[in-house]
Design a protein around this ligand. Sequence first.
Ligand code: DQA
Length: 260
Amino acid sequence: MKPAKLKKLYLGLGLPKICVPISERSASEVIAFAGQILSTSADLVEWRLDYFDDVNDSEKIRETAEKLQQILGDLPLVISLRDKSEGGHAHIDDLTYQQLTSQLISNHVTDAVELNWSRPVSIRQQLHNLATVNNVPVLESYYNMKETPSLVDLKDVLGQMANEQVDFIKLAVQPNQHRDILNLMEATLTASETIDQPLVSVALGPMGTITRLSGRSFNSAATFADLKRSSLPGHLSVEETRQFLTALDETGISSVQVGE
Ligand SMILES: O=C1C[C@@](O)(C(=O)O)C[C@@H](O)[C@@H]1O
């Protein structure tokens, strides 16, 4: 497996990396929240553009993202833009998604560009090509907010995403029964043994909390946490997550990741 490099961070090496989402609505709130993240031990930051009041104003997005980059310094920033069907907060049609994402790439304001698997292949391809030309790493994400696909389907979608030669891959699914968690972990571990890219997998909601801590054992390279516990259902705080990850690592029960 080849780790993905975002600024000075290697995703896929060592402990799973802790990512904090910013879901604030105004530019000043986004910047203030980023300031608070700096006082935690977070490894990376995700800006959820679909929560931004000015999501249709590309100039305001550029300005805010540039300020974010400045304030975050070495902390990598990934900008995510999701329609309601992808678990997002806004309606983002394909054309808007394509235009805004193209601008994020061309303006060099995100340390990785997120391509949502549910978007048409032609759009993903165009954005992937643009990202390659601009040297921006590519994250491809599969979201399923209703259910967790079967084990066979999970493995299939991971294989298909890996074939697109992206730099890292994310799977976020809704578990409806505990066996869904086992399937997600098995699909993640099995795929990590064969594909070249780091994988990030998360089962949402309280039932999925265990998947936020088990990355080291099942080869999920990152996890999501918040400034405080339960800001989102199933979320732990950054520091709780850090303590669990470190304790699990120190007991030595975790698997050694490929590439170490
Ligand atoms: O994919 C995810 C996972 C997430 O939905 C969570 O519940 O941790 C939070 C999102 O911001 C992120 O993009």
